[in-house]
Design a protein around this ligand. Structure first.
Ligand code: FES
Length: 56
């Protein structure tokens, strides 16, 4: 499922990034470009990342 439509970033990519050490929204932005378009995905991305980090 796309979380960031502007940059075509999926929840799977966020989970992958989290498993490789991304632990903040800034990491996701740097690695995937997420949130650099309209910014609407930021709350959803934060939620997915938070859930990933909790389950690690
Ligand atoms: Fe992510 Fe627009 S949906 S920046």
């Amino acid at each position: 499922m796309y979380i960031c439509v502007c940059k075509a970033v999926t929840d799977r990519q966020i989970k992958q990034a989290a498993s490789e050490g991304a632990c903040s929204l800034r990491d996701l932005t740097r690695e995937l470009g997420l949130g650099t378009g309209c910014g609407k995905c930021v709350p959803a991305a934060r939620e997915v990342l938070g859930a990933c980090l909790m389950s690690q």
